[in-house]
Design a protein around this ligand. Sequence first.
Ligand SMILES: NC(=O)c1ccc[n+]([C@@H]2O[C@H](COP(=O)([O-])OP(=O)(O)OC[C@H]3O[C@@H](n4cnc5c(N)ncnc54)[C@H](O)[C@@H]3O)[C@@H](O)[C@H]2O)c1
Length: 333
Amino acid sequence: MPKEGSGNGTCVVTGAAGFVGSHLCRRLLDLGCRVIGVDNFFSGHRDNMQEFQDHPRFFFHERSVTERNLLSDLAVDYGPPSVIFHLAAIVSVPYSVEHPQETREVNYLATVRLLEEARNLGCSRFVFAGSAAEYGNDMRLPLKEAYAGGETSWLSPYGEAKYRSSKAVGACGYGPRGVALRCFNIYGPRQDPSSPYSGVISRFAELAVQGEPLTIFGDGRQTRDFVYVSDVVEAYCRAAGLDPSAPKVPAGIYNVGSGTRTSVLELARLILNLTERGESIRFYPERPGDIRHSVASIDAIQAAMAWRPHISLEEGLRRTLRWMQGRRAVKPA
Ligand SMILES: NC(=O)c1ccc[n+]([C@@H]2O[C@H](COP(=O)([O-])OP(=O)(O)OC[C@H]3O[C@@H](n4cnc5c(N)ncnc54)[C@H](O)[C@@H]3O)[C@@H](O)[C@H]2O)c1
Protein backbone atom coordinates (compact mmCIF):
# COMPACT_ATOMS: atom_id res chain seq x y z
CA MET A 1 0.00 0.00 0.00
CA PRO A 2 1.15 3.56 -0.58
CA LYS A 3 2.69 5.24 2.42
CA GLU A 4 3.40 8.93 2.95
CA GLY A 5 0.41 11.19 2.42
CA SER A 6 -1.90 8.36 1.49
CA GLY A 7 -3.82 7.72 4.73
CA ASN A 8 -6.36 5.04 3.93
CA GLY A 9 -5.16 4.82 0.32
CA THR A 10 -8.44 6.04 -1.14
CA CYS A 11 -8.05 8.45 -4.05
CA VAL A 12 -10.66 10.36 -6.02
CA VAL A 13 -9.78 10.92 -9.67
CA THR A 14 -11.96 13.42 -11.53
CA GLY A 15 -11.77 13.06 -15.31
CA ALA A 16 -11.23 9.30 -14.86
CA ALA A 17 -12.66 8.48 -18.31
CA GLY A 18 -10.29 10.90 -20.01
CA PHE A 19 -6.93 10.32 -21.62
CA VAL A 20 -4.65 11.21 -18.69
CA GLY A 21 -7.19 10.33 -15.97
CA SER A 22 -7.56 6.76 -17.22
CA HIS A 23 -3.79 6.20 -17.19
CA LEU A 24 -3.62 7.66 -13.70
CA CYS A 25 -6.40 5.35 -12.43
CA ARG A 26 -4.58 2.32 -13.83
CA ARG A 27 -1.35 3.32 -12.09
CA LEU A 28 -3.05 4.05 -8.76
CA LEU A 29 -4.73 0.63 -8.82
CA ASP A 30 -1.32 -0.95 -9.50
CA LEU A 31 0.04 0.93 -6.47
CA GLY A 32 -2.64 -0.64 -4.29
CA CYS A 33 -4.94 2.35 -3.91
CA ARG A 34 -8.72 2.28 -3.84
CA VAL A 35 -9.79 4.56 -6.69
CA ILE A 36 -13.06 6.43 -7.01
CA GLY A 37 -13.39 7.71 -10.55
CA VAL A 38 -15.70 10.58 -11.48
CA ASP A 39 -16.54 11.70 -15.01
CA ASN A 40 -19.55 13.01 -16.91
CA PHE A 41 -18.25 11.89 -20.35
CA PHE A 42 -18.13 15.45 -21.66
CA SER A 43 -15.01 14.54 -23.65
CA GLY A 44 -13.99 11.22 -22.05
CA HIS A 45 -15.05 7.73 -23.07
CA ARG A 46 -16.12 4.65 -21.15
CA ASP A 47 -13.75 2.60 -23.34
CA ASN A 48 -10.78 4.37 -21.76
CA MET A 49 -11.61 2.61 -18.48
CA GLN A 50 -12.16 -0.80 -20.06
CA GLU A 51 -9.01 -2.47 -18.76
CA PHE A 52 -9.71 -1.63 -15.11
CA GLN A 53 -13.45 -0.92 -14.82
CA ASP A 54 -14.07 -4.32 -13.18
CA HIS A 55 -11.12 -4.03 -10.81
CA PRO A 56 -12.32 -4.74 -7.24
CA ARG A 57 -10.77 -1.49 -5.96
CA PHE A 58 -12.20 0.72 -8.71
CA PHE A 59 -15.53 2.50 -8.27
CA PHE A 60 -16.98 4.77 -10.92
CA HIS A 61 -19.55 7.56 -10.61
CA GLU A 62 -21.01 9.34 -13.61
CA ARG A 63 -21.28 12.80 -12.08
CA SER A 64 -20.20 16.34 -12.83
CA VAL A 65 -17.55 18.16 -10.82
CA THR A 66 -19.89 21.15 -10.83
CA GLU A 67 -22.30 19.31 -8.50
CA ARG A 68 -22.40 20.71 -4.98
CA ASN A 69 -21.24 18.31 -2.21
CA LEU A 70 -19.71 15.85 -4.68
CA LEU A 71 -16.85 14.77 -2.40
CA SER A 72 -19.01 14.71 0.73
CA ASP A 73 -21.53 12.47 -1.04
CA LEU A 74 -18.76 10.08 -2.09
CA ALA A 75 -17.35 10.12 1.45
CA VAL A 76 -20.68 8.76 2.76
CA ASP A 77 -20.06 5.54 0.83
CA TYR A 78 -16.27 5.29 0.89
CA GLY A 79 -15.12 7.38 3.86
CA PRO A 80 -13.05 10.55 3.41
CA PRO A 81 -10.49 10.11 0.62
CA SER A 82 -6.81 10.82 1.27
CA VAL A 83 -5.97 12.31 -2.08
CA ILE A 84 -7.97 14.20 -4.69
CA PHE A 85 -6.60 14.21 -8.23
CA HIS A 86 -8.62 16.85 -10.03
CA LEU A 87 -8.26 16.42 -13.80
CA ALA A 88 -11.81 16.92 -15.07
CA ALA A 89 -12.05 19.98 -17.26
CA ILE A 90 -13.30 21.48 -20.46
CA VAL A 91 -10.12 20.84 -22.44
CA SER A 92 -10.91 22.40 -25.80
CA VAL A 93 -9.46 25.89 -26.09
CA PRO A 94 -11.81 26.95 -28.95
CA TYR A 95 -14.82 25.63 -26.98
CA SER A 96 -13.67 27.72 -24.01
CA VAL A 97 -13.60 30.84 -26.22
CA GLU A 98 -17.18 30.15 -27.31
CA HIS A 99 -18.37 29.26 -23.78
CA PRO A 100 -16.42 31.42 -21.32
CA GLN A 101 -18.99 31.21 -18.51
CA GLU A 102 -19.29 27.44 -18.64
CA THR A 103 -15.47 27.18 -18.74
CA ARG A 104 -15.17 29.36 -15.66
CA GLU A 105 -17.75 27.23 -13.87
CA VAL A 106 -16.18 23.85 -14.75
CA ASN A 107 -12.49 24.75 -14.85
CA TYR A 108 -12.26 27.26 -12.01
CA LEU A 109 -15.27 27.53 -9.69
CA ALA A 110 -15.62 23.74 -9.40
CA THR A 111 -11.92 23.52 -8.43
CA VAL A 112 -12.36 26.01 -5.61
CA ARG A 113 -15.41 24.15 -4.31
CA LEU A 114 -13.67 20.77 -4.47
CA LEU A 115 -10.67 22.22 -2.64
CA GLU A 116 -12.97 23.54 0.08
CA GLU A 117 -14.71 20.19 0.38
CA ALA A 118 -11.36 18.38 0.51
CA ARG A 119 -10.36 20.67 3.37
CA ASN A 120 -13.57 19.97 5.27
CA LEU A 121 -13.11 16.22 4.81
CA GLY A 122 -9.52 16.32 6.08
CA CYS A 123 -7.95 15.07 2.83
CA SER A 124 -4.16 15.16 2.89
CA ARG A 125 -3.41 16.08 -0.74
CA PHE A 126 -5.08 17.87 -3.61
CA VAL A 127 -3.34 17.51 -6.96
CA PHE A 128 -4.60 19.64 -9.83
CA ALA A 129 -4.15 19.40 -13.61
CA GLY A 130 -2.78 22.80 -14.59
CA SER A 131 -1.64 23.68 -18.09
CA ALA A 132 1.03 25.45 -20.11
CA ALA A 133 -1.84 27.64 -21.35
CA GLU A 134 -1.52 29.46 -18.01
CA TYR A 135 1.48 31.28 -19.52
CA GLY A 136 -0.53 32.88 -22.33
CA ASN A 137 1.87 33.97 -25.07
CA ASP A 138 4.79 34.68 -22.74
CA MET A 139 7.92 34.23 -24.86
CA ARG A 140 10.52 34.12 -22.08
CA LEU A 141 11.69 30.60 -22.73
CA PRO A 142 12.05 28.24 -21.01
CA LEU A 143 8.87 29.10 -19.14
CA LYS A 144 9.34 29.26 -15.39
CA GLU A 145 6.53 28.87 -12.89
CA ALA A 146 6.89 32.47 -11.65
CA TYR A 147 6.27 33.91 -15.14
CA ALA A 148 2.51 33.36 -15.00
CA GLY A 149 0.86 36.11 -12.98
CA GLY A 150 -0.94 39.43 -12.99
CA GLU A 151 0.86 40.56 -16.18
CA THR A 152 -0.05 37.49 -18.20
CA SER A 153 -2.43 37.98 -21.06
CA TRP A 154 -4.21 34.68 -21.48
CA LEU A 155 -5.20 33.62 -24.96
CA SER A 156 -8.40 31.90 -23.85
CA PRO A 157 -10.82 31.43 -20.95
CA TYR A 158 -9.23 27.96 -20.68
CA GLY A 159 -5.80 29.45 -19.89
CA GLU A 160 -7.21 31.96 -17.42
CA ALA A 161 -9.35 29.40 -15.56
CA LYS A 162 -6.43 26.99 -15.31
CA TYR A 163 -4.21 29.78 -13.97
CA ARG A 164 -6.72 30.80 -11.30
CA SER A 165 -7.24 27.19 -10.25
CA SER A 166 -3.52 26.46 -10.05
CA LYS A 167 -3.04 29.55 -7.90
CA ALA A 168 -5.86 28.53 -5.57
CA VAL A 169 -4.49 25.00 -5.24
CA GLY A 170 -0.77 25.79 -5.04
CA ALA A 171 -1.12 28.69 -2.63
CA CYS A 172 -3.48 26.91 -0.25
CA GLY A 173 -1.76 27.43 3.10
CA TYR A 174 -4.07 25.23 5.14
CA GLY A 175 -6.11 22.07 4.58
CA PRO A 176 -4.80 19.52 2.07
CA ARG A 177 -1.34 20.08 0.65
CA GLY A 178 -2.09 21.49 -2.80
CA VAL A 179 0.07 20.78 -5.82
CA ALA A 180 -0.77 22.09 -9.30
CA LEU A 181 1.03 20.42 -12.19
CA ARG A 182 1.33 22.71 -15.20
CA CYS A 183 1.52 20.12 -17.92
CA PHE A 184 2.82 20.92 -21.39
CA ASN A 185 1.84 18.81 -24.45
CA ILE A 186 0.96 15.36 -23.15
CA TYR A 187 0.69 12.50 -25.62
CA GLY A 188 0.31 8.74 -25.66
CA PRO A 189 -2.20 5.92 -26.14
CA ARG A 190 -5.89 6.77 -25.60
CA GLN A 191 -5.52 10.42 -26.56
CA ASP A 192 -8.57 11.16 -28.68
CA PRO A 193 -7.55 12.28 -32.19
CA SER A 194 -11.06 13.12 -33.33
CA SER A 195 -10.98 16.93 -33.08
CA PRO A 196 -8.75 19.11 -35.25
CA TYR A 197 -7.73 20.81 -32.01
CA SER A 198 -6.77 17.61 -30.18
CA GLY A 199 -3.12 16.96 -29.42
CA VAL A 200 -1.00 17.29 -32.53
CA ILE A 201 0.64 13.90 -31.93
CA SER A 202 -2.64 11.99 -31.78
CA ARG A 203 -3.80 13.77 -34.95
CA PHE A 204 -0.55 13.04 -36.79
CA ALA A 205 -0.49 9.43 -35.58
CA GLU A 206 -4.02 8.82 -36.79
CA LEU A 207 -3.36 10.39 -40.19
CA ALA A 208 -0.10 8.45 -40.55
CA VAL A 209 -1.66 5.04 -39.82
CA GLN A 210 -4.51 5.87 -42.22
CA GLY A 211 -1.96 6.68 -44.92
CA GLU A 212 -3.20 10.29 -45.14
CA PRO A 213 -0.91 13.34 -45.47
CA LEU A 214 -0.09 15.06 -42.18
CA THR A 215 -1.55 18.55 -41.92
CA ILE A 216 0.49 21.41 -40.51
CA PHE A 217 -0.95 24.84 -39.77
CA GLY A 218 1.68 27.49 -40.52
CA ASP A 219 5.27 26.77 -41.57
CA GLY A 220 5.83 23.94 -39.06
CA ARG A 221 8.66 25.80 -37.34
CA GLN A 222 6.51 26.43 -34.26
CA THR A 223 7.88 24.44 -31.33
CA ARG A 224 6.24 22.52 -28.51
CA ASP A 225 7.30 20.59 -25.43
CA PHE A 226 5.99 17.00 -25.65
CA VAL A 227 5.83 14.77 -22.60
CA TYR A 228 4.72 11.13 -22.57
CA VAL A 229 1.68 10.21 -20.49
CA SER A 230 3.43 7.68 -18.19
CA ASP A 231 5.94 10.36 -17.18
CA VAL A 232 3.05 12.70 -16.37
CA VAL A 233 1.33 10.00 -14.32
CA GLU A 234 4.56 9.51 -12.38
CA ALA A 235 4.59 13.25 -11.61
CA TYR A 236 0.99 12.99 -10.30
CA CYS A 237 1.93 10.09 -8.04
CA ARG A 238 4.97 11.89 -6.69
CA ALA A 239 2.97 15.08 -6.15
CA ALA A 240 0.54 13.04 -4.06
CA GLY A 241 3.31 11.54 -1.97
CA LEU A 242 2.54 8.03 -3.26
CA ASP A 243 6.13 7.22 -4.14
CA PRO A 244 7.82 6.52 -0.80
CA SER A 245 11.28 6.79 -2.40
CA ALA A 246 10.62 10.34 -3.68
CA PRO A 247 11.16 13.43 -1.49
CA LYS A 248 8.21 14.94 0.39
CA VAL A 249 6.74 17.46 -2.05
CA PRO A 250 6.08 21.01 -0.88
CA ALA A 251 2.79 22.64 -1.89
CA GLY A 252 3.08 24.77 -5.00
CA ILE A 253 2.93 24.92 -8.77
CA TYR A 254 5.26 22.82 -10.94
CA ASN A 255 5.80 22.57 -14.68
CA VAL A 256 5.66 19.08 -16.17
CA GLY A 257 7.35 18.83 -19.55
CA SER A 258 10.35 17.36 -21.27
CA GLY A 259 12.28 20.62 -21.08
CA THR A 260 13.10 20.34 -24.79
CA ARG A 261 11.65 22.02 -27.87
CA THR A 262 10.53 20.06 -30.89
CA SER A 263 9.23 21.75 -34.02
CA VAL A 264 5.98 20.50 -35.49
CA LEU A 265 7.82 19.81 -38.74
CA GLU A 266 10.45 17.67 -36.96
CA LEU A 267 7.65 15.82 -35.24
CA ALA A 268 5.83 15.17 -38.54
CA ARG A 269 9.02 13.83 -40.12
CA LEU A 270 9.72 11.57 -37.14
CA ILE A 271 6.23 10.07 -37.36
CA LEU A 272 6.49 9.62 -41.12
CA ASN A 273 9.83 7.86 -40.63
CA LEU A 274 8.49 5.56 -37.95
CA THR A 275 5.56 4.61 -40.15
CA GLU A 276 7.92 4.24 -43.11
CA ARG A 277 6.12 6.76 -45.23
CA GLY A 278 7.59 9.41 -47.51
CA GLU A 279 7.41 13.17 -46.99
CA SER A 280 3.63 13.43 -47.05
CA ILE A 281 2.82 16.77 -45.45
CA ARG A 282 0.21 19.40 -46.32
CA PHE A 283 0.59 22.98 -45.12
CA TYR A 284 -2.39 25.18 -44.22
CA PRO A 285 -2.49 28.82 -43.06
CA GLU A 286 -1.49 29.45 -39.46
CA ARG A 287 -4.42 29.36 -37.02
CA PRO A 288 -5.16 32.55 -35.09
CA GLY A 289 -4.38 32.21 -31.39
CA ASP A 290 -1.79 29.44 -31.81
CA ILE A 291 1.34 30.25 -29.83
CA ARG A 292 4.67 30.20 -31.66
CA HIS A 293 6.99 28.54 -29.17
CA SER A 294 6.63 26.78 -25.87
CA VAL A 295 9.01 24.91 -23.62
CA ALA A 296 9.01 24.23 -19.90
CA SER A 297 11.69 24.86 -17.35
CA ILE A 298 11.60 21.68 -15.30
CA ASP A 299 14.10 22.76 -12.64
CA ALA A 300 11.44 23.17 -9.94
CA ILE A 301 9.88 19.73 -10.31
CA GLN A 302 13.30 18.11 -10.52
CA ALA A 303 14.33 19.78 -7.26
CA ALA A 304 11.07 19.14 -5.41
CA MET A 305 10.14 15.64 -6.57
CA ALA A 306 13.34 14.26 -8.10
CA TRP A 307 11.16 13.85 -11.20
CA ARG A 308 12.41 13.78 -14.74
CA PRO A 309 10.93 12.37 -17.93
CA HIS A 310 12.09 8.88 -18.88
CA ILE A 311 10.41 8.20 -22.21
CA SER A 312 12.13 9.72 -25.23
CA LEU A 313 9.99 11.27 -27.94
CA GLU A 314 10.89 8.49 -30.34
CA GLU A 315 9.97 5.74 -27.88
CA GLY A 316 6.76 7.54 -26.90
CA LEU A 317 5.80 7.90 -30.55
CA ARG A 318 6.45 4.20 -31.19
CA ARG A 319 4.12 3.29 -28.33
CA THR A 320 1.46 5.75 -29.49
CA LEU A 321 1.63 4.51 -33.09
CA ARG A 322 1.38 0.89 -31.93
CA TRP A 323 -1.77 1.75 -30.01
CA MET A 324 -3.21 3.70 -32.92
CA GLN A 325 -2.57 0.77 -35.27
CA GLY A 326 -4.24 -1.65 -32.84
CA ARG A 327 -7.22 0.67 -32.47
CA ARG A 328 -7.59 0.87 -36.23
CA ALA A 329 -7.42 -2.91 -36.51
CA VAL A 330 -10.39 -3.40 -34.16
CA LYS A 331 -12.50 -0.50 -35.52
CA PRO A 332 -15.27 -1.47 -37.96
CA ALA A 333 -14.41 -0.33 -41.51
N1 LIG B 1 -3.55 16.48 -22.82
C1 LIG B 1 -2.75 17.53 -22.65
O1 LIG B 1 -1.85 17.79 -23.44
C2 LIG B 1 -2.91 18.41 -21.43
C3 LIG B 1 -1.97 19.42 -21.22
C4 LIG B 1 -2.11 20.25 -20.11
C5 LIG B 1 -3.14 20.05 -19.22
N2 LIG B 1 -4.05 19.05 -19.44
C6 LIG B 1 -5.13 18.89 -18.46
O2 LIG B 1 -5.14 17.55 -18.01
C7 LIG B 1 -6.48 17.16 -17.70
C8 LIG B 1 -6.82 15.90 -18.46
O3 LIG B 1 -6.77 16.19 -19.86
P1 LIG B 1 -6.92 15.07 -20.97
O4 LIG B 1 -5.98 15.39 -22.05
O5 LIG B 1 -6.92 13.74 -20.34
O6 LIG B 1 -8.37 15.42 -21.56
P2 LIG B 1 -9.68 14.53 -21.63
O7 LIG B 1 -10.71 15.34 -22.36
O8 LIG B 1 -9.36 13.20 -22.18
O9 LIG B 1 -10.07 14.40 -20.09
C9 LIG B 1 -10.87 15.33 -19.40
C10 LIG B 1 -11.97 14.54 -18.72
O10 LIG B 1 -12.77 15.43 -17.92
C11 LIG B 1 -14.12 15.02 -18.08
N3 LIG B 1 -15.00 16.14 -17.72
C12 LIG B 1 -15.16 17.31 -18.39
N4 LIG B 1 -16.05 18.08 -17.74
C13 LIG B 1 -16.45 17.38 -16.65
C14 LIG B 1 -17.35 17.65 -15.59
N5 LIG B 1 -18.04 18.80 -15.52
N6 LIG B 1 -17.51 16.71 -14.62
C15 LIG B 1 -16.85 15.53 -14.67
N7 LIG B 1 -15.98 15.22 -15.66
C16 LIG B 1 -15.78 16.14 -16.63
C17 LIG B 1 -14.22 14.63 -19.53
O11 LIG B 1 -15.36 13.85 -19.83
C18 LIG B 1 -12.91 13.89 -19.73
O12 LIG B 1 -13.05 12.51 -19.45
C19 LIG B 1 -7.35 18.34 -18.08
O13 LIG B 1 -7.61 19.09 -16.91
C20 LIG B 1 -6.50 19.13 -19.05
O14 LIG B 1 -6.85 20.49 -19.04
C21 LIG B 1 -3.96 18.22 -20.52
